[in-house]
Ligand binder design. Structure first.
Ligand code: ADP
Ligand code: MG
Length: 619
């Protein structure tokens, strides 16, 4: 594959590098490329015809790693040495995994709740990044074998809800595997590319991409105009997928067979056997009406009707997310021109029917739902290789980004669902005379108070020349690049003092949390408004107090003893109101202080005027 070029220096033939597209899935991973001859994306296929590589890593007693189907076969016999669903752990701390840790049959280390999780296998410890790199190395190796050319560059996909930390972790895994990761692309975006929907000039389409995989659910609403893809909104849940259907079936059988909690928890092999048989049953039921099997000599069975009943709540949750995505895009189902089905779990007939009924139209399911994301990644790789200039991609930020201002308020610079790459800037100033430094704290989230949002980074702009409060002009700019990585810079415009940081994503925010933060912002909208009003009133009051203090210190001689007393008393009252966190009272007392001190200011002006007049003679 690739173009042939001649190296002018050596005269030798060189092959232009192939850039591959990789779907690094929770359950399955695969590689695709765009064929030079047909210009069509294809998934790379082993001689045995398989394209999917189970995202499973097994370590033998010498700690050498094995990836894919061979590893999957050891899930039951050696659960402690066989790592699956590692994508769920990417960029997460033990605290994040918390109650879900029982889902994993292997050992997740919990020594420090806030640091990144490690997985223990034998006497060795592995990070999710390392484990993912084993999967990527295997894919790279296979691709090189099939294409008979070195593969060093890739486009890797991630769920739309992956936060900065998780995207960065994915990038790191690629680098560890010896891959130059040219772009991280959202899976639903890639899927739409694979279908090549709307790439014809002057075609305008609004598309919903419904992706139900093994571990994650994503719904994206895309708008395609003149070959330009724009993501209008995204929604989803990283803890919702085919695995959960399996779990529901396992739960059903555990109850039916009368397996106690103790037996289930204590016997990891049994738990794994139940899980694998449940998955087998689910797949079987996608084209049959009932399933029968055996686990440890015990008979298990399930009908399609029972299965549908078990998974209906999961399907309903996906539809709720669809509703939210439409709401964010300010669209109704009738505005959607096409619905694209992605992910192995969309093979479940109930899923397909429910999605069709929800959107009121037939769905796109012609392409293999397991491969469609990798195919789209290959198309993106092709665009990056400069071979396809017809398309351009725009993505959106899942949460708002902003900085902390006086009183701990969140000042949003880039609202959620903004298209990226994007840039935004705003001017701020100091609140103290001679202030030489300014702390820039960057937050992500929808709440009015920064304490309720997530801190991404903090840095100090230092060396601001001494100026009275309010005079420095500090311009803060946010720049999000095409990979969703944020760069923040602050410049004091009068002096040119500047500071820039790349926001090193902090590990630890789960996609569940992203959703929770969105939900919280809705639930708390009213109390947030009240809090914001209080903070604003208090900030104004503090400023009033400071100005009055300044005045008293400077012009004490202009005030009578009585006036001094009245002023000090009113200042005390105002301070008490601030302490009592009573917004109305703060406003009232501020007014009163203002009433008392306004004449003083006039007096200063008069005095200044008199001074000025003294020197002048009016004839
Ligand atoms: P991921 O994107 O999470 O890696 P995939 O898109 O490969 O996942 O989907 C994997 C999921 O699809 C698994 O839960 C698997 O059980 C499920 N799946 C695969 N084939 C079928 C089928 N025929 N019927 C129902 N579910 C299926
Ligand atoms: Mg997937």
């Amino acid at each position: 594959m690739g173009k042939i070029a001649i190296n002018i220096a050596t005269g030798s033939l060189q092959q232009a590098e192939t850039i591959v597209g990789i779907d690094l899935g929770t359950t399955n991973s695969l590689i695709a490329i765009v064929r030079e001859d047909t210009r069509q994306p294809i998934a790379l296929r082993e001689i045995d015809g398989l394209t999917l590589v189970p995202s499973i890593v097994h370590f033998d007693r010498n700690s050498s790693a094995m990836v894919g189907n061979e590893a999957k076969e050891l899930l039951i016999d050696e659960p402690e040495r066989t790592i699956y669903s590692v994508k769920r752990l990417m960029g997460k701390s033990y605290k994040d995994v918390g109650h879900d840790s029982s889902f994993f049959a292997y050992n997740i280390i919990d020594d420090d709740t806030d640091s990144l999780v490690k997985i223990q296998v034998g006497d060795k410890f592995y990070s999710p990044i390392e484990l993912s790199s084993y999967i990527l190395k295997e894919l790279k190796h296979r691709a090189e074998h099939i294409l008979k050319t070195p593969v060093n560059k890739a486009v890797i996909t991630v769920p739309a809800y992956f936060n900065d930390a998780q995207r960065q972790a994915t990038r790191d895994a690629g680098r560890l595997a010896g891959l130059d990761v040219l772009r991280i692309v959202n899976e639903p975006t890639a899927a739409s590319l694979a279908y090549g929907l709307g790439v014809k000039p002057e075609e305008e389409k609004t598309i919903a991409v419904y992706d139900l995989g093994g571990g994650t659910f994503d719904i994206s609403v895309l708008k395609i105009t003149n070959g330009i893809f724009e993501v209008l909104s995204t929604n989803g849940d990283t803890y919702l997928g085919g695995d959960d259907m399996d779990k529901a079936v396992v739960k059903h059988w555990v109850a039916e067979l009368g397996i106690s909690n103790a037996e289930f928890d204590g016997n990891k092999s049994l738990a794994q056997a139940l899980r694998l048989t449940a998955e087998e049953a689910k797949k079987h039921l996608s084209s049959n009406d009932s399933f029968e099997g055996e686990i440890d000599g015990r008979k298990v069975r399930i009908t399609k009707a029972k299965f549908n009943e078990l998974v209906q709540p999961l399907v309903d949750r996906t539809l709720t997310a669809c509703k939210n995505a439409l709401r964010d895009a300010k669209l109704e189902t009738k505005d959607i021109d096409a619905v694209v089905m992605v992910g192995g779990s969309t093979r479940v007939p109930l899923v397909k029917e429910s999605v069709r009924d929800f959107f009121g139209k037939e769905v796109f399911d012609q392409l293999n739902p397991d491969e469609v994301v990798a195919l789209g990644a290959a198309v993106q790789a092709d665009i990056l290789a400069g071979k396809n200039t017809d398309m351009l991609l725009l993505d959106v930020t899942p949460l708002s980004l902003g900085i902390e201002t006086m009183g701990g308020l969140m000042d949003v610079l880039i609202p959620r669902n903004s298209k990226i790459p994007t840039k935004a800037g705003r001017q701020y100033t100091t609140h103290k005379d001679g202030q030489s430094g300014m702390r820039i704290s960057v937050y992500q989230g929808e709440r009015d108070l920064v304490q309720d949002n997530r801190k991404l980074a903090e840095f100090n702009l230092t060396g601001i020349p001494a100026m009275p409060a309010g005079l420095p002009k500090v311009e803060v700019t946010f720049l999000i690049d095409a990979d969703g990585i944020l760069k923040v810079s602050a410049t004091e415009l009068r002096s040119g003092v500047a500071q820039t940081i790349d926001v090193k994503p902090q590990y630890g925010l789960t996609d569940e949390e992203v959703e929770r933060m969105l939900m919280d912002s809705l639930t708390h909208a009213k109390s947030d408004m009240q809090t914001r009003a209080l903070v604003e009133a208090s900030t104004e009051a503090e400023q009033m107090l400071e100005t009055t203090m300044k005045f008293i210190n400077k012009h004490r001689e202009l005030l009578s003893g009585e006036e001094m007393e009245a002023t000090e008393l009113q200042m005390k009252r105002l301070k008490a109101a601030i302490a009592a966190k009573d917004k109305d009272l703060v406003q009232k007392e501020t007014e009163l202080l203002n009433d008392i001190s306004r004449p003083f200011a006039e007096r200063v002006m008069d005095a200044a005027l008199k001074d000025a007049m003294k020197g002048k003679k009016i004839v």
